[in-house]
Every structure is written in structure tokens, then in C-alpha cells.
Design a protein around this ligand. Structure first.
Ligand code: CTP
Ligand code: MG
Length: 226
């Protein structure tokens, strides 16, 4: 049983991207002595009864994960599956490997290796308390505009992070028609589900370009974690 004392929680860590903007499959790079993927998976494992790791087909055979050498609670399970050509397809491949017994499913980007335990706790608490889905968000600091001209009201905007948490049957339902989106909570919103926004953290950055990896390394060294 997970530390949060809920029904079974499984986390899908999506790590099947190619990192085209980064110029490399960033999830397999080293970040202060531990791979980006291992950092994401090990944090997820602390809050889950099981983890599904979704990797590119080319990495599937030779994959070694930090989980293999970690002390995990009795009964903890993990599975590795191959991803698809889009993030949404990769989430669906992961979801197909989540056992039916799971009451809650979290989806986490491998590319966010600095997600804190508190963020996991906050999204899990929100769905345990009855929300259909929960996502961490942070305020937007830049002014955002459409290329065509109009600016948006910054106070109305938030930037969405992962891990996102879901009642399992709702996540399965919104993926039934194979929709495409850059996150999963927006699918629940579109379907009229009750989404709760919880506090994210600026430190929980998504590695998109090489600069982001430098920022992540800086965070770890400045907090004495490396
Ligand atoms: N992802 C995935 N399967 C895909 C595409 C993305 O599992 N077909 C995962 C990535 O590995 C990452 C997360 O989804 O952990 C967020 O995606 P993103 O940051 O966009 O990573 P990439 O798609 O790899 O990068 P890019 O868009 O620059 O190619
Ligand atoms: Mg992408």
C-alpha cells in the first residue's frame, strides 16, 4: 500500500520522446550523477504502488533503470513498455499496462526530473478528495500573445506541469477516441470533468533545451543535492 493510504496508485512515466528541440533524447542524459529518467522514476515510485515506464522502441531491449538496484516497498511493481510517435500515444501505451485494480493513475514527464515529493502529494490529495483530475500549475511571468497580434491577459493564465493525477476510469475514458494533446488534464477539462489546480513549482522545470539541463544541475548543486 502506498504511503498516502489510498486505493492503488500507478504512475506512467512517459519517456519515449526524441528530444528534437534539445538535440538528444534528454531523458537518458546524466544529471549530477543520476540519469534524468531515473530521477523522475524514483520520485514517482515513492508515491506509487506501481510504475509504468514508457520508452522508445530503440531503448527497450538494453534499458537499465535505477529501480533495479533500489530498495522498494513489498509488492511494488514496475513495467516497461514502448511508446508511440506522439506523447498522447505514449500515454495510451502506458495506460494499457496499468492494472485494472488501480484507482488513481498519475502521468509524469520523464523530462521533469526535479518534481518534488510535495507536488506528488498535492495532486494525489486532490484526486483522493474527489477531483476527476489534478495538475500542478505555476504563474506565467512573460506576457503571452498570439503571433497574429492579440496579447492574452496574463492574470488569467497558468503554465501546466506534471505529475498530473486522475481517477483511473476517467483517464481511460478520455483516451478512448485516441485524442492528441500536449497534456492529459486538458482532455478531462474538455470532457467536462472536475479539474483541480494545485501549486506547482518553478524548480519543476521541463527539460526542453540544453540550457534547461544546466538550470536543473544548478538547482541540485545550490540545494546541496549533488
Ligand atoms: N514523450 C513520449 N512520447 C512521445 C513524445 C514525448 O513519451 N512520442 C515524452 C517525452 O519523453 C517527455 C514528455 O513526453 O518526457 C514531454 O515531452 P517533450 O518535453 O516534448 O519531449 P520530446 O517530445 O522528447 O521533445 P521534443 O518535443 O523537443 O521533440
Ligand atoms: Mg515533444
Amino acid at each position: 500500500m502506498n504511503s498516502e493510504g489510498n486505493g492503488a496508485i500507478w504512475t506512467i512515466v512517459v519517456a519515449a520522446g526524441s528530444g528534437s528541440r534539445f538535440g538528444a533524447a534528454k531523458q537518458f542524459l546524466d544529471l549530477a550523477g543520476v540519469s534524468v529518467l531515473d530521477r523522475s522514476v524514483l520520485t514517482a515510485a515513492r508515491h506509487s504502488d506501481g510504475v509504468v515506464v514508457v520508452v522508445p522502441p530503440s531503448e527497450f531491449a538494453g534499458l537499465s533503470l535505477g529501480l533495479e538496484s533500489s530498495e522498494l516497498p513489498d509488492g511494488f511493481e514496475w513495467r516497461v513498455v514502448t511508446g508511440g510517435s506522439t506523447r498522447s500515444e505514449s500515454v495510451r501505451n502506458g495506460l494499457a499496462a496499468v492494472p485494472q485494480i488501480a484507482e488513481f493513475v498519475l502521468v509524469h514527464d520523464a523530462a521533469r526530473p526535479l518534481a518534488s515529493d510535495s507536488i506528488f502529494e498535492r495532486v494525489i490529495a486532490a484526486v483522493s478528495a474527489g477531483a476527476d483530475a489534478a495538475t500542478p500549475v505555476v504563474a506565467v511571468t512573460d506576457t503571452i500573445r498570439f503571433r497574429s497580434g492579440d496579447a492574452l491577459d496574463r492574470d488569467e493564465l497558468v503554465a501546466v506541469q506534471t505529475p498530473q493525477a486522475f481517477r483511473a476510469e476517467i483517464l481511460r475514458r478520455v483516451h478512448q477516441q485516441s485524442p492528441e494533446a500536449t497534456d492529459d488534464v486538458s482532455l478531462v477539462s474538455d470532457a467536462g470533468g472536475r479539474v483541480e489546480l494545485v501549486s506547482g513549482e518553478q524548480r519543476n522545470l521541463k527539460l526542453t533545451t540544453p540550457y534547461d539541463l544546466e538550470v536543473a544541475a544548478f538547482h541540485l548543486s545550490s540545494s546541496g543535492e549533488s
